[in-house]
Design a protein around this ligand. Structure first.
Ligand code: SER
Length: 894
């Protein structure tokens, strides 16, 4: 049970057996504490459980927590590699009680674990308690059977643990192991306590209070327990070694360094091996948790750690980038306990390789400048801050790298001079900005960005985080509060809200604090990295400095993620089916759908459409991991990543690849190349299967040579297809036909209908000529002229005319007047005059007379045939009578 992995497992197993919930390590970037740079203790993720703000279904928990102490208050970076205990990254084992058990059970469990499971000899153990904590003193006496001399009362803050200036705190009791007099050092509280002999390996904190501010301490709702055991320390004890760097896990990493460089790990370069082993862990775990090297904030701490390790790699004579080659050794050792490391392996490897190859280009030159500048300095000398700043500015040397490089020669740096030089440069940059002629509307963003620094984006890793409000704006002006009902903009120090860019819409959701609720209606990104949250205060008020919790609308973001990844698949599928000329001309990714514009000279055929959809869905069904890496723009282009022509990219770019391309595979021993590789800053699914399903909903032209395709994924795609299936189902029900015969059935129905129409029209005409019962009129003589008045129903205008023609033929010579009354009561009238009579009667004049009683006006046609209409069908007989009267008048006059 001696290996680090076994010790970790045994610890968790012990507490599992004692009814503790085993909770996974929280990420190194704390999501619930905006004031903390990195998670630095096991209790960080439980902070709000102690104070009672948050409730969970368990009241006992146990964890193995990854921790980083570098940057900020607990900065161990300087010492790392040179001492037996300092690390930037370490693991803390802990057990926690949230108002469940308190001191007696905590001490009992601790004693049982170390003496019965870990089998540490009792006579080598001793403890400290806070000076006035008689209860803990008595418990140790009773449970461990210690004599008074082994329970040391300490009055300093060493035995009163506090998370920070605010937060839960309480007296603590530390457990020590006496490694024997072969090592220098005295027991805790003695003058020599800093020596290595007495090793503190477990801290039991009796959480009782909450520090709310200076001098403001209240009792917690219930006394609780927080313990922290350094895994590397207990491993050293159990493995009988006196340095954390000699435990199995660290030794494996150190041997990997030795193997890669050929340098003796136990010789004079020992510290360099240790620095690299330690920094490899910190860098890899930070990258896996979403931190990328940059020149500010967390990213800069990471860069400092990486570059420090890289300088030591150079000291070991490594001629090529080294760190990335050590990653497999690390994942073998720790990947099982921390699967996030396995998932991010590609990202870690690429990020390390990129950083090291760029830094190597300036490292040697910087070091020789340093050599030159310090040649004249004697022991204890101080390097000017100006030079240290030039090393930083020109060669990318973080200050602590310069300090580390001078350490062996007992030289130091004028850090104040360094800071002054840095300030001066900032002031100059500010001046340059104001004259840079950037869009005037953006000037206030420049000022804000300069003052606040970039917002740290946490949204690749999480949708929930804590942050504090840096600034508030109303109508573009900074204000010191926003109240319920007011619209405005919030700027936070860090945020998981995605700011609209790259075609992907900005996130929405809520930003909350006790008594305050701000609805985020949109998130925008200004100047590349200043995130602004636009929305409205729904409740309470917001002021700068307020600690808030950010909640991205999860459903909406998930849909956006799926649509963004689907856009990449569609892009590649389009190229494969339509050809290499397909280039992205624009895209829009929303929760409802995705839109992709691309160059293509003609419509996509139904067969192509089907193929594109098939390819995209094949990759979705592969459920392949979606990998993100960080690369130089040149490497990314070299790898064939798709980029937008004309788009401005930074020197380092994020590359998103997904799926496997079986079609391109030729060598069975080589891994399959990815299906899609694109430069992209958007948020994506973890595996292609998360997209669920893709369906194209439309395709059409947008501009000359540019087509637009729209598609849906997941539930939206399913709803779309369901709606179409429902339409089909209804149609089939009405057709009363199975699906496969529906086409034939419909064609025959249409044919049948055509035939019926023809038959109906014929029948109506025949019927109309014979009289239909309502109208009994046939022709009659008026003063020697035949007059044929007729009223019909249900006959079309074109048929009315043919009826009039037929009637003209039947009577041979005379006047025909036929009125057709439609179902809605409207009337059409057609008047026919046989050719022999057109000198005496004019059909057009007659039809105008006929139209009047029908409520119509006018009418038109020729002398032998004219038509008109009117709304009053019920006046049909009156209309015919008016025509008859007109005939009489004409005849009487002639
Ligand atoms: N929070 C305490 C520590 O960090 C015990 O877990 O030491």
């Amino acid at each position: 049970m001696n290996g680090v992995n076994e010790i970790r497992a045994a610890f968790l197993d012990f507490f599992r057996k004692h009814d503790h919930e085993i909770v996974a390590s929280s990420p190194l970037v704390p999501r619930n504490d905006p004031t903390l740079m990195f998670t630095n203790a096991g209790m960080v993720q439980f902070k709000n459980l102690f104070t009672g703000i948050e409730k969970r279904p368990y009241s006992r928990a146990s964890t193995a927590q990854k921790c980083v102490r570098a940057g900020g208050k607990h900065n161990d970076l300087d010492n790392v590699g040179y001492t037996a205990r300092h690390h930037t990254f370490f693991e803390m084992l802990g057990n926690f009680s949230f108002g469940d058990y308190f001191k007696p059970v905590a001490i009992e469990l601790a004693w049982k674990l170390i003496t019965q499971v870990f089998d540490l000899p009792k006579d080598r153990l001793l403890v400290t308690v806070y000076h006035d904590d008689d209860e803990a003193f008595d418990l140790w006496k009773k449970i461990a059977g210690f004599p008074d001399s082994k329970i040391i009362r300490i009055a300093t803050s060493d035995n009163f643990w506090a998370m920070g200036d605010t937060g839960p705190c309480g007296p603590c009791s530390e457990i020590f192991f006496d490694q024997g007099d072969k090592l220098f050092g005295g027991p805790p509280g003695s003058a020599d306590e800093d020596g290595d002999r007495f090793l503190e390996f477990w801290n039991l904190v009796f959480m009782q209070y909450e520090q709310r501010g200076p001098g403001d301490r209240i009792a917690l709702p219930k006394p609780s327990i927080d313990t922290g055991m350094g895994l590397e320390r207990i491993a050293a004890l159990l493995q009988g070694v006196t340095s954390n760097y000699d435990i199995d896990l660290m030794r494996t990493l150190i041997l990997a360094v030795a193997q890669a460089t050929g340098v003796d790990p136990d010789g004079p370069m020992r510290a360099s091996h240790r620095v690299i082993a330690d920094h490899l862990r910190a860098s890899s775990f930070l990258i896996a948790d979403g931190v990328l090297p940059s020149n500010e904030g967390r990213g800069y701490v990471l860069r400092r750690i990486m570059r420090r390790a890289m300088r030591h790699a150079q000291l070991l004579g490594a001629e090529e980038p080294l760190m990335w080659r050590l990653v497999p050794a690390l994942t073998r050792e720790m990947g099982q306990a921390y699967p996030e490391l396995l998932r991010a392996e590609a990202l870690v490897v690429e990020t390390l390789r990129l950083e090291e190859s760029r830094f190597r280009a300036t490292l040697a030159r910087g070091l020789s400048m340093l050599e030159e500048e310090t040649r004249s300095l004697g022991e204890g000398g101080i390097l000017s801050g100006e030079i240290a700043f030039r090393l930083y500015d020109t060669y990318g040397f973080p200050l602590d790298l310069t300090q580390d490089a001078l350490r062996n020669r007992n030289l130091s740096v004028d850090t104040e001079g360094f800071t002054r030089a840095m300030e001066r440069q900032r002031a100059e940059a500010r001046k340059a900005w104001s004259g840079s002629g950037e869009a005037a509307t953006d000037t206030h963003w420049f000022a804000l960005r300069e003052q606040l620094g970039p917002s740290e984006f946490l949204g690749y890793e999480t949708e929930k985080a804590e942050a504090f409000v840096q600034a508030l704006l109303q109508d573009g002006t900074r204000v010191d509060h926003l109240d319920a009902g007011q619209k405005g903009v919030l700027i936070l120090n860090q945020t998981p809200f995605y700011g609209e860019s790259g075609g992907q819409v900005g996130d929405t959701g809520h930003i909350i604090a006790p008594g305050m609720r701000f609805k985020v209606e949109n998130t925008q990104k200004k100047l590349g990295d200043l995130f602004i949250h636009e929305g409205v205060v729904e409740e309470g008020s917001v002021t700068p400095g307020l600690e808030v919790r950010t909640l991205v609308d999860h459903q909406r973001r998930s849909a956006v993620r799926a649509n963004h990844s689907a856009t990449h698949l569609l892009h590649e599928a389009l190229r494969q089916v339509l050809g290499d000329h397909v280039a992205q001309k624009g895209s829009l990714v929303t929760p409802e759908r995705l839109r992709f514009d691309f160059s293509h000279p003609k419509p996509v055929t139904p067969e192509e459409w089907q193929k594109i959809e098939d390819i995209a869905n094949r990759i979705i069904l592969e459920n392949a991991p979606v990998a993100t890496t960080q690369m130089s723009i040149e490497d990314a282009m070299g790898s064939g990543a798709r980029a937008l022509f004309g788009e401005k990219y930074g020197e380092e770019v994020r590359v998103v690849s997904m799926g496997y391309d079986e079609e391109k595979a030729t060598d069975p021993t080589e891994p399959l190349s990815p299906f899609s590789v694109e430069l992209c800053g958007g948020t994506h699914v973890t595996r292609t299967g998360d997209i669920g399903l893709l369906t194209i909903v439309s395709e059409g032209p947008v501009a000359a040579g540019v087509r637009r395709i729209e598609a849906k994924t997941g539930s939206a795609a399913r709803h779309h297809l369901n709606a179409r299936a429902n339409v089909l189902h209804t149609l089939l029900m009405q057709l009363k036909s199975p699906e496969e015969e529906a086409g034939k059935r419909l064609a025959s129905l249409i044919e049948e209908r055509r035939k019926l129409d023809r038959d109906l029209s014929d029948a109506r005409k025949k019927l109309a000529m014979k009289g239909d019962g309502e109208s009994t009129t046939t022709w009659r003589e008026i003063d020697g002229i035949k007059f044929f008045p007729h009223v019909v129903t249900g006959v079309d205008m074109k048929d009315l005319k043919s009826l009039v023609d037929q009637a003209k033929q039947t009577i041979g010579s005379g006047v025909v007047a036929v009125i057709g009354v439609a179902e809605d009561g409207k009337a059409s009238v057609v008047i026919g005059v046989t050719n022999d009579l057109i000198d005496r009667f004019d059909a057009v004049s007659l039809v105008r007379i006929a139209a009047e009683p029908l409520g119509g006006k006018g009418g038109g046609g020729r002398k032998d045939m004219a038509q008109a209409g009117g709304p009053n069908g019920q006046a049909a007989e009156a209309s015919l009578a008016a025509v008859e009267a007109a005939l009489h008048t004409v005849l009487a006059a002639s």
